[in-house]
Design a binder for this molecule. Sequence first.
Ligand SMILES: NC(=O)c1ccc[n+]([C@@H]2O[C@H](COP(=O)([O-])OP(=O)(O)OC[C@H]3O[C@@H](n4cnc5c(N)ncnc54)[C@H](OP(=O)(O)O)[C@@H]3O)[C@@H](O)[C@H]2O)c1
Length: 265
Amino acid sequence: MARIGFIGMGNMGYAILKGLLNSYGPEDLLFTDKSKERCEMVGKETGVRFMEGNADVAKNVKFLILAVKPIVYPAVLKDLNGVMQEDQIVISIAPGIAVSTVSEGLGGFRRIIRIMPNTPALVGAGMTGYTLEEKLFTQEEIGEARGILKSFSEIVQVEERLMDTVTTVSGSGPAYVYMFINALADAGVRYGLTKKDAIRMAAQTVYGSAKMVLETGEHPEVLRDNVCSPGGTTIAAVAAMEEAGFRNAILKGCEACYLKSSGKI
Ligand SMILES: NC(=O)c1ccc[n+]([C@@H]2O[C@H](COP(=O)([O-])OP(=O)(O)OC[C@H]3O[C@@H](n4cnc5c(N)ncnc54)[C@H](OP(=O)(O)O)[C@@H]3O)[C@@H](O)[C@H]2O)c1
């Protein structure tokens, strides 16, 4: 019996699997995917075993990670209905799918942890929000679940009502950051850099600035002010960006994400 199993080995399943391989051996892991080619490719690359049926994987693991798109959930839950045993734990990733919906689909099984990771998990720098009903698990199980999540990301526990907010900020967040990096790099190209150098400069600037926020504990506004000398170049850029609606573009984008995630649009 393996410790952790995956149903779905796409972008997110693979990112989590790679993270887990930093602290678990291939023999602790098991997966399946609809595509046999994908199974063979990932199995060959990582040494992790795969099985063909969803229920077969479910029967052979302590923690079962559901890493399929929300649209596929009804079919997967149908495969697993009545299969899960009381000593097992399901980890559900899909945005917008409530714990109660997963529980219903699994025939009343309740030991479900809902998480929202992001793809930087692939490089061990993910951010995951999670929610669980503590009384349904032992402290050891919660500790192990947190350890699983920590093997590929930082973690924050939230109430379930905030999971759409987690999707809005960190789940979808990498896409906004990539847009920013590319726009900053385009500016570099506009003023003479190669795209390759410009992307490297922009990405390292985002990485270093994020590190400053996390490691100094300073408010981003204070760090920004520290870079803006009176009458200088940076404040000129900041003022022009504000005039063009920088903050508002981000708030508007996040509003669309939140409404989509919470099923309001
Ligand atoms: N990607 C992100 O940035 C991100 C961030 C946070 C959360 N999530 C969530 O994570 C979950 C997985 O997303 P993803 O990006 O990894 O999706 P994905 O790349 O489409 O991966 C899902 C995998 O599951 C396979 N699959 C489909 N139906 C299946 C079935 N019935 N049984 C077993 N496997 C099946 C798919 O195969 P086929 O391709 O052949 O259909 C695919 O390989 C989603 O709920 C997503 O919303 C994603």
